[in-house]
Design a protein around this ligand. Structure first.
Ligand SMILES: [Zn+2]
Ligand SMILES: [Zn+2]
Length: 288
């Protein structure tokens, strides 16, 4: 029974539409994961979720849409598409949004602000679909299709990485915004790197922040992101079988991203890594 992973948004920080980003895509973070029965988990709700929502609305079954949306954190590029998710506007759809509490602030309150009348015409509490917003805590999340665990990563505010255990022993790890370098102060607890490598341990697919070149990474130390070299090394260290470079820097054109993917493969080959590497592109589907 196979797991299907489809990228609807791969860009970091801000949407970058245009001819120069047409191949890898200009929409911000959103990834669709399905088990062999079609049960749906959505990773983040950047502007890419609009396309996914349209797709779901077009093929809705009589039972309606059932989806679990996992938010890594509440930065714009991970929530901005949520108000435009078409299944929200149809009665009978049942959607659960999961995310970390930000200090004392409930994720539900953050999303309510995102859809306040002054900035969006339909309030969160007036959606036609049945919507529940839940906090991610230490307990694993059990959905119809998979078991999900979370780990706090090195990024401003409370940001989570997710590990999805799918049927048939397939695992997908999603870590969109994460600083692997030593700069930056993040409240992630002791022995973070060791625990993080274990968390990823042998994943069939690791989707990880690879926003910068090594040179850009030095210039942006403490900003909460990683270079493709660091992402490749993490994949090798943690035994990930495939690595999708993710959260592309808005200034990187498609040609620049091609070069990054090529260099990332060179780094892996030099270090005798066995990880298959791809730069995540809008529309890319990976079957595991
Ligand atoms: Zn981001
Ligand atoms: Zn962020």
């Amino acid at each position: 029974m196979s797991t299907s992973v489809t990228f609807w948004g791969t860009r970091g920080t801000i949407p970058t539409p245009g001819a120069h980003t047409a191949r890898y895509g200009g929409n911000t973070a959103c990834v669709e994961v399905r088990d062999g029965h079609g049960h749906l988990v959505v990773l983040d709700a950047g502007t890419g979720i609009r396309g996914l929502g349209k797709h779901l609305a077009a093929q809705a079954s009589p039972d309606g849409v059932r989806a679990h949306i996992l938010l890594s954190h509440a930065h714009w590029d991970h929530i901005q598409g949520l108000p435009y998710f078409a299944p929200f506007f149809k009665k009978g759809n049942v959607i659960t949004v999961w995310g970390p509490k930000q200090g004392d602030v409930e994720m539900g309150d953050i999303l309510r602000q995102l859809m306040q009348p002054v900035v969006f015409p339909v309030p969160l509490d007036a959606l036609a679909a049945t919507l529940e917003v839940k906090h991610v805590n230490a307990e694993p999340i059990e959905t119809e299709g998979c078991t999900i665990t979370a780990m706090r990563v090195r990024h401003p505010a409370v940001t989570l990485g997710y590990r999805l255990e799918m049927p048939g022993g397939v695992s997908v790890v999603y870590v969109t915004d994460d600083e692997l370098g030593p700069a930056g102060q993040y409240d992630v607890g002791p022995k973070w790197h060791e625990r993080f490598v274990k968390f990823i341990g042998g994943a069939d697919l690791l989707i990880h922040d690879a926003m910068y070149t090594p040179e850009e990474c030095v210039a942006h130390a403490g900003w909460g992101h990683s270079s493709y070299v660091e992402a490749v090394e993490l994949a090798r260290e943690s035994g990930a079988k495939r690595l999708a470079l993710f959260h592309h820097e808005p200034e990187h054109t498609d040609d620049a991203t091609d070069v990054i993917a090529e260099k990332a493969r060179d780094v892996a080959a030099r270090n005798a890594g066995r990880t298959q590497i791809v730069a995540a592109a809008e529309g890319l589907n990976i079957t595991l």
